[in-house]
Design a protein around this ligand. Structure first.
Ligand SMILES: Cc1cc2nc3c(=O)[nH]c(=O)nc-3n(C[C@H](O)[C@H](O)[C@H](O)COP(=O)(O)OP(=O)(O)OC[C@H]3O[C@@H](n4cnc5c(N)ncnc54)[C@H](O)[C@@H]3O)c2cc1C
Length: 436
């Protein structure tokens, strides 16, 4: 055991939340320590560089309705933040549909018969389900769009992401993600939205998003440089194993990649590691009801199979949602379509295929080489990859990517929230830390 070190502030996790937290502290001339188990910073929003090609952990666009966050991104990213034209589509039964959905295209793509079915199932939902309680994702979407559209455009993809039936996913997930969208809104946009747009310049018809030209992780690499220059220490490849609460102070025990154990004492603790993991690492252990709730909540894990391809991008999209039930992949993206700076000399193609799963699933357990062959075969099944153009490939497995909003999670979450709220000088931050 190495000698104990003392800091005013400790931050667990060097993802967007942990680094932004440190960045704000530097503005107030405070210093401290950040610990992260990964070798590089950025958490889920990091960029991995492999043979000169840059891959994020799944497609990350920089979009927020919060002005403060937008200002922060631009303050850090500066000139490196570019505007990227957005093309995202859904593939379903071999057909491509623009996303967000364009009603006329969807109508022609689905064919007249299916479109009529969709319209009537919407009417039936309006008549029969108007006052039905909306408990699940399935209830919410069916009531808003009708069963037919739910089956085509929501069910398969959502079940791939969550690994449970839509009837077991809480309605709050739908309300959070698809807020403001309704069948009537779609139809209104189809008529009036397009007529209005005719009067604007063509460029305004192209949806765009912000993106750092060297990948989403670049913003966090710049944040790392800033906070280090202003007195923060960042220890990467160091995993927090235990968190002791002693005499109103925290003692963090962490293990480095070389196996050595280190201890850090701090007065104020900010934690962005998964909330459940935090609870289970606490010493003395929390009451049994709290432990039980921590064991009842879970996160969905995520795999990206990253391919380096010879020649140009195999599709023009930033990313494509894979609704087709015959394959297990959920989404595929091409980083050269985000920014040519993601490719060495702007050449070649960097494709990333995403699978959502649990660490106990067969996909997670597969050898990398088998998983790569499996993903390439799925790409061929969807006709997204025709020739054998794969020059190289690697796999990234990411635990605890999405906090699960299954029906019944709320009381467990409230239990943990209440418990951490009464711990001294502790702030749970970020996606995993706040289970949000
Ligand atoms: C596939 C995918 C696509 C996404 N797309 C977008 C998008 O388009 N736009 C967008 O804004 N957001 C997107 N997100 C969400 C975004 O990545 C997250 O909101 C963001 O990364 C959360 O930041 P965070 O710091 O809270 O958590 P994280 O990024 O998860 O950071 C937590 C950090 O804690 C570390 N850690 C965990 N346990 C320990 C431990 N025991 N010891 C030490 N360190 C530990 C981890 O290594 C990690 O670096 C996407 C996420 C995913 C998975």
């Amino acid at each position: 055991m190495n000698p104990e070190q003392e800091y005013e502030i400790c931050i667990l996790g060097a993802g967007p939340a942990g680094l932004s937290c440190a960045y704000e502290h530097t503005k107030r001339k405070r210093q401290g320590l950040i610990l992260d188990k990964n070798p590089i910073v950025g958490g889920l929003a990091r960029t991995e560089v492999y043979k000169g090609y840059r891959f994020d952990v799944g497609p990350h666009r920089f979009f927020t309705k919060n002005d403060e966050i937008d200002r922060l991104w631009h303050e850090i990213g500066g000139e490196e933040i570019i505007r990227v034209p957005r093309l995202t589509r859904i593939v379903y039964r071999g057909k491509f549909f623009d996303y967000p959905l364009k009603p006329f295209q969807a109508l022609f793509g689905l064919g007249l018969f299916t479109s009529f079915q969709a319209f009537f199932s919407y009417l039936i939902a309006q008549l029969s389900q108007r006052n039905k309680p909306l408990n699940s994702f399935e209830d919410w979407i069916t009531q808003k769009f009708g069963r037919k559209l739910y089956t085509i455009f929501f069910k398969t993809y959502t079940e791939k992401v969550w690994g449970i039936p839509c009837s077991q996913i809480g309605a709050e997930w739908a309300a959070q993600r698809i807020k403001g969208l309704s069948f009537t809104e779609i139809i209104r946009n189809a008529f009036f939205g397009q007529i209005k747009n005719k009067n604007k310049k063509v460029t305004s018809l192209v949806d765009e998003f912000s993106y750092p030209k060297h990948g989403s992780g670049r913003v966090y690499e710049k944040m790392r440089d800033h906070v280090e220059q202003h007195g923060f220490e960042i220890h990467t490849s160091e995993t927090v194993e235990q968190i002791f609460l002693q005499d109103g102070k925290y003692l963090i025990q962490a293990r480095r990649a070389d196996g050595s154990l280190h201890r850090y004492r701090c007065h104020a603790l900010f934690s962005s590691i998964p909330l459940t993991e935090f609870i289970l690492k606490l010493q003395p252990p929390p009451p049994s009801a709290v432990i039980e709730s921590a064991r009842s909540l879970y996160y969905r894990d995520h795999i990206t199979v990253n391919l380096i391809l010879e020649g140009p991008a195999p599709f023009p999209d930033n990313w494509i949602y894979i609704h087709s039930p015959e394959v297990r992949m959920a989404r595929v993206c091409e980083y050269g379509n985000f920014s040519k700076e993601m490719l060495p000399n702007g050449q070649g193609s960097a494709v990333s295929i995403e699978y959502f799963c649990f660490a106990s699933d067969d996909l997670w357990q597969m050898e990398d080489a088998t998983l790569i062959s499996f993903a390439v075969e799925e790409m061929k099944t969807l006709k997204l990859l025709t020739k054998n153009r794969v020059l190289d490939a690697f796999v990234v497995r990411e635990k605890d990517s999405y906090p699960a909003y299954y029906i019944g999670h709320r009381p467990h979450f409230e239990e943990l929230k209440k418990f951490v709220a009464q711990l001294p000088h502790l702030w749970m931050i970020g996606r995993g830390g706040m289970y949000k």
